[in-house]
Design a protein around this ligand. Structure first.
Ligand SMILES: [Cu+2]
Length: 158
């Protein structure tokens, strides 16, 4: 009798875990688009991705309501001797960690905007995750911080 109860309890716990995983265990924090000149060929989108769940997640695609040629997942990394933006299949967000999308690192790239949005405009961005879930956020257009330390330091280093 006790065994049956425990098994039932286990099922309930499993179900509740599965259920909570579909809620917002993955939080998008402070999404923003780097302000760019009107003729910019591409726009960088940055944010924090907080995974509060015990499951590894990844961003596998992104789309926007802004008129653009395409949206790509990028990572700025060293290729040979130079820093380059390299298209990525996914942006990993391991369990219980935060992946920071920031200048000089991971980012979403909006390529070929028909019209570059102005400072203060909101750009709607939908992130698609590997489990099929999606999240839509409004990213504000603002000036990119001049990063004197951290990643951009490496860029000017070599
Ligand atoms: Cu890029």
């Amino acid at each position: 009798m006790k065994k049956v109860f425990l098994r039932a309890l286990g099922t309930v716990l499993l179900l509740s875990c599965a259920y909570s995983a579909t809620a917002h265990d993955l939080m998008v924090v402070d999404p923003w688009v780097r302000a760019a000149p009107p003729n910019a060929p591409a726009l960088g989108v940055f944010m924090g991705l907080e995974n509060h769940s015990g499951a590894d997640r990844s961003v596998v695609a992104a789309r926007t309501t802004l008129a653009v040629d395409r949206v790509e997942l990028h990572r700025t990394m060293k290729v040979g001797e130079v820093m380059k933006m390299v298209p990525q299949e996914l942006i990993p967000v391991p369990a219980h960690t935060t992946t920071l999308l920031k200048p000089g690192s991971w980012h979403v790239m909006l390529i070929g905007p028909e019209k570059v949005p102005a400072m203060g405009d909101m750009v709607q961005l939908t992130l698609v995750f590997d489990d099929g879930s999606e999240q839509t956020v409004e990213a504000v257009v603002r000036k990119g911080k001049m990063m004197m330390q951290g990643h951009d330091h490496q860029m000017s280093h070599e």
